[in-house]
Design a protein around this ligand. Structure first.
Ligand SMILES: Nc1c(C(=O)O)ncn1[C@@H]1O[C@H](COP(=O)(O)O)[C@@H](O)[C@H]1O
Length: 166
């Protein structure tokens, strides 16, 4: 039987998937079981309320919510669930994602949404991994390895720049 999902990746529409897939990829890289679905506050409010109320009882530990435009989904889910919610502003054709960013980031005190950069679903996935790793030593060790790889890659970039000067 597959592992029960710990991370739920939801989005306002299937048109968000090309952006949101990076969150799924980050979970897969760290072996975290996840689910992905479309949940829209605007278009299916009753389903969104049910999802938000029940996610924690189903064993989900972190919700990643991506939406574009008038992106109310992450904030509404944060209002319904006790779980950490990570918001991903998805850029649409107009306004370069600034509309999504501002809709998600300016939450009232008491209802936090951890908002990542416009389109940066990879960071949402990595943040979910870090949240889970805070209570999972083996996962935390993998995160430390990953960070070491990032450091090595950054050093290599520096070498490449210095080599151009010599
Ligand atoms: N922002 C929201 C919500 C919501 O916040 O509930 N539901 C859908 N949408 C967004 O509408 C955009 C266009 O959707 P379509 O491509 O289906 O027209 C998507 O980026 C979606 O996240």
């Amino acid at each position: 039987m597959p592992d029960a999902p710990l991370v739920s990746i939801v989005m306002g529409s299937d048109s968000d998937w090309p952006t949101m897939q990076a969150a799924a990829d980050a979970c897969s890289e760290f072996g975290i079981a996840f689910e992905a679905d479309v949940v829209s506050a605007h278009r299916m409010p009753e389903d969104m309320i049910r999802f938000g109320r029940e996610a924690h009882s189903r064993g989900i530990r972190v919700i990643i919510a991506g939406a574009g435009g008038a992106a109310h989904l992450p904030g509404m889910l944060a209002a319904l669930t006790p779980l950490p919610v990570i918001g991903v502003p998805v850029a649409l054709k107009y306004l370069d994602g600034m509309d999504s960013l501002l809709s998600i980031v300016q939450m009232p005190a008491g209802v936090p949404v951890a908002t990542v950069a416009i389109g940066n679903a990879r960071n949402a996935g990595l943040l979910a991994v870090r949240i889970l790793a805070a209570s999972d030593e083996a996962l935390q060790a993998r995160m430390l390895d990953f960070q070491e790889q990032l450091r090595d890659a950054a050093h290599a970039k520096g070498e490449a720049v210095r080599a151009r000067l010599s």
